[in-house]
Design a protein around this ligand. Structure first.
Ligand code: ADP
Ligand code: MG
Length: 768
């Protein structure tokens, strides 16, 4: 069996402490190499060769439940949507269940509490009171059984598997209060007179409040997955296919590769494909975040989920089902949402040892109160134990990170930023240096020929004919520019012999029996040419930010072809934003010094390295990392992801800048769907906002627990003469999770500091 990645849906996972237990149980299964449980969406992602049954039973043996919806990759058909719908229905049912039972428990608890506050008669001093409280006690017992039953079955499970969790704490706390009160009612003589106090209202209130907290949390959690729902909503249900000359609407699942489809104005594109007829503007903003619709005509690729604006288009289906860009984006976002940040591992570890520690603390506090406390000691012991157990649940701690990651990653997708892992999100917030590739990152990456300067006896057309014929063999953007220029002048290209690319320098070969050499100054000098006669011209062009390419024919210098790749209209503004974020921007390019300097000046970049060979880019990034390491600096790299892959991989966070929806999603830590450097600034701002949000959550959860426990243990008693009411502890603990989830949801309103200027149209100057 080959290793694969599977997703399990978990239930019974009520608290952060369970995360570690399920992970441990899964990792113990033979063949499992990775297991990661996400508390936010209650899933486990498992990598390995183990069968699904083995995984499910491992989880069940640990005291939880697991379902197996299929492999993560199987987005096909509607199974994915069905899963989503099933999950939502489950959540809705559970929400109503919790609300109902919260209402029942509070329905008893609140009147009892008011009675106690108003009459101060919660004691058992005579037979009449004994009878009355006896009835209340039985009713409370029934409520504990019906509305809090899940805590007690949890307690049973955790005793059986010897792993304490949040259920354990709630069950122990409320159970202890109820049992004590029942003893007061049945055997008041066992206790000193001033300890004959009942705490039924505490049991009922705590169960009610915690159920209410879970209900609110469930509801808020639903909102955190809105980004994925929005993406799912972009999928169309039907497609209009042309078969045997007739147009008919069929379910999108029945579209085959190679089918010819039609999209009418105002319709969403159903699958990825290539246009064969018609032209139109297509709104790709839902995927790329770029507000300006893109013009599309025959031969252009279109992407499922984008919106056809004004024209009718005929296209051939090329990618369907789980292969479409949209399906891949959805899978990627889902995966990243449930991935773990290093900071989350820490929180999980803490909460794993938390519950047993809390039980120990409760026991110590009980002992102190019993042996050293004032009378009524038994009552004090009870209140302190219950309150410590209830307030100590580390739920908020476990939710703090995954909730924010879920919302942050979703928000990123909405802005056209695809984040591969939570890890990248955390690293991006720490970047202090960003390395940018020049071509295609700062510049548009679509260079055009602007000037041709020849030496006697060659003419412009001769030069271009030979150069373009030679460049047919190269895939370099400069080569494409030269070929395109020849084509636009209707020049017929000739065959090449012995073509050779010299990476970072140029190309050589034979056309028409003439030996050709085409490339930068260094290439010429390396081949023993004297470039004096063209140097002035070349420098003048380079100072304008153009790239002069030297050409030699049959061992004679023949001229220069100048190519211009203008900087993107918004690069300067985006780099300014990066500077404002405190990030040092460094440009790397294989281009010559003068051109690089001109581009760097135009873009507002302070440090650049020119004439860097492609294979040296990664080394440059590494050098920067070493120079800055030890100071906690992180070096990011943004490139087009095609020839910069090693440098992207070397950097701490690699940003691949795509051109619209035509991106290789697998290529970097962060993929930017939009073709703008603003995306990098957006991503960094968002990651900072997410980290800030996580820290608020962790801080809140930590403060809550670290203040709550000593107060519950009675540390304030010597000063105030009062103990924390267990009901308040229950309320606080319910509130803490709700607060964390709500705070994470605030990230949904994140806005990048600057908005892309919609008037910034990327147009290149015409070919000369
Ligand atoms: P970049 O950083 O622009 O991707 P490269 O390392 O690919 O730089 O190329 C560096 C330089 O080598 C170019 O500026 C150009 O002068 C020359 N060069 C590389 N490939 C070619 C080619 N196919 N045709 C002409 N010149 C080339
Ligand atoms: Mg390049």
């Amino acid at each position: 069996m080959t290793a694969r990645e599977t997703e399990l849906r978990l239930s019974g996972l009520r608290c952060a402490g369970c995360v570690g237990k399920v992970e441990k149980a899964l990792l113990a299964v033979t063949g499992v190499t990775e297991a990661s449980v996400n508390l936010a969406d209650r899933t486990a992602r498992v990598v390995g060769t183990a069968s699904s049954d083995e995984l499910v039973s491992a989880v069940e043996n640990a005291g939880f439940k697991a379902r197996f919806p299929g492999t993560v990759q199987s987005l096909e058909d509607d199974s994915f949507e069905q899963q989503q719908a099933q999950q939502e229905a489950d959540d809705r049912r559970r929400y109503h269940y919790l609300l109902k039972h919260s209402a029942i428990a509070l329905g008893l608890g609140i009147p009892l509490m008011i009675w106690g506050m108003v009459t101060k008669q919660m004691g058992v001093n005579n037979l009449q009171e004994q009878m009355a409280w006896g009835v209340v006690g039985v009713v409370t017992g029934l409520i504990l059984y019906f509305s809090g039953g899940h805590f007690f079955t949890g307690l049973w499970q955790s005793l059986k598997h010897r792993n304490a969790n949040m259920d354990t704490l709630v069950a122990l706390g409320t159970g202890a209060a109820w049992l004590f009160s029942m003893i007061v009612v049945l055997f008041p003589e066992w206790l000193p007179a001033n300890a004959r106090h009942v705490y039924f209202e505490a049991s009922a209130m705590i169960i009610g409040l915690i159920n209410l907290g879970h209900a609110l949390e469930l509801r808020a959690r639903g909102k955190t997955s809105e980004a994925v729902k929005r993406l799912l909503g972009l999928q169309t249900k039907t497609a209009r296919v042309i078969r045997d000359g007739k147009e008919l609407d069929i379910p999108v699942q029945q579209v085959h590769k190679g089918d010819t489809l039609r999209v009418r104005p105002g319709e969403k594109i159903p699958v990825d494909g290539r246009i064969v007829g018609g032209n139109s503007f297509v709104d790709e903003s839902m995927l790329t975040g770029e507000p300006v619709p893109v013009e599309k005509r025959a031969g252009d690729a279109i992407t499922a989920g984008t919106l056809n604006k004004n024209g009718s288009l005929l296209f051939t289906a090329e990618k369907i089902g789980s292969e479409t860009t949209l399906a891949q984006i959805i899978a990627l976002v889902k995966k990243a949402q449930s991935s773990k940040m290093p900071i989350a591992r820490l929180a999980d570890k803490i909460s794993g040892i938390f519950v047993p520690s809390v039980i120990l603390i409760a026991m110590i506090a009980a002992a102190v109160w019993f042996f050293a406390g004032p009378e009524p000691r038994v009552a004090h012991v009870l209140v302190v134990t219950t309150t410590v157990l209830i307030i100590a649940c580390p739920c908020a701690l476990g939710l703090a990170t995954p909730m924010s990651v879920m919302v942050g990653v979703g928000k990123a997708a909405e802005l056209g930023i695809l984040i591969r892992k939570g890890d990248a999100l955390q690293q991006a917030s720490k970047l202090t240096t960003l390395v940018l590739d020049k071509t295609g990152t700062i510049t548009e990456g679509r260079p055009t020929v602007t000037r041709i300067a020849t030496l006697e006896p060659y003419t412009e057309v001769e030069l271009l004919t030979l150069a373009a014929s030679l460049e047919q063999g190269s895939e370099h953007p400069l080569a494409e520019a030269i070929v395109a220029s020849a084509k636009s002048r209707q020049i017929a290209l000739k065959a090449i012999e012995g073509f050779q690319a010299i990476p970072g320098h140029g190309v050589s070969g034979k056309v028409d029996g003439q030996v050709l050499l085409l490339g930068n100054k260094k290439l010429m000098i390396d081949h023993g040419f004297n470039v004096e006669s063209l140097v002035d011209k070349a420098e003048q062009l380079a100072e304008q930010g153009q790239t002069p390419i030297f050409m030699a024919i049959d061992h004679h210098l023949a001229g220069i072809i100048s190519v211009s790749d203008p900087i993107r209209c918004d690069s300067q503004a985006a780099i300014k934003r990066l500077h404002k974020l405190g990030i040092k921007v460094v440009m790397l390019t294989g281009d010559n010094r003068l051109t690089a300097q001109a581009i760097a000046r135009q873009a507002g970049i302070d440090e650049f390295h020119a004439e860097v060979l492609p294979e040296d880019k990664a080394a440059h990034v590494q050098q920067l990392q070493q120079r800055l390491s030890g100071k906690g600096h992180k070096v990011g790299m943004a490139g087009d992801g095609i020839n910069d892959a090693p440098a992207l991989a070397q950097s701490d966070v690699g940003f691949a800048i795509g051109t619209g929806t035509d991106v290789a999603i697998e290529s970097a830590d962060v993929t930017l769907m939009g073709a703008s450097l603003h995306g990098v600034a957006d991503a960094i701002e968002l990651s900072k906002a997410t980290l800030r949000n996580i820290k608020q959550n962790l801080f809140g959860a930590f403060i809550y627990n670290s203040l709550g426990i000593p107060i519950a243990a009675g540390i304030l008693f010597p000063f105030t003469g009062m103990l924390l009411n267990p009901v308040i502890a229950g309320g606080a603990m319910a509130l803490s999770s709700v607060t964390v989830v709500s705070n994470a949801n605030r990230l949904r309103w994140f806005k990048p500091s600057a908005h892309k200027q919609s008037h910034c149209q990327s147009g290149s100057p015409g070919t000369v």
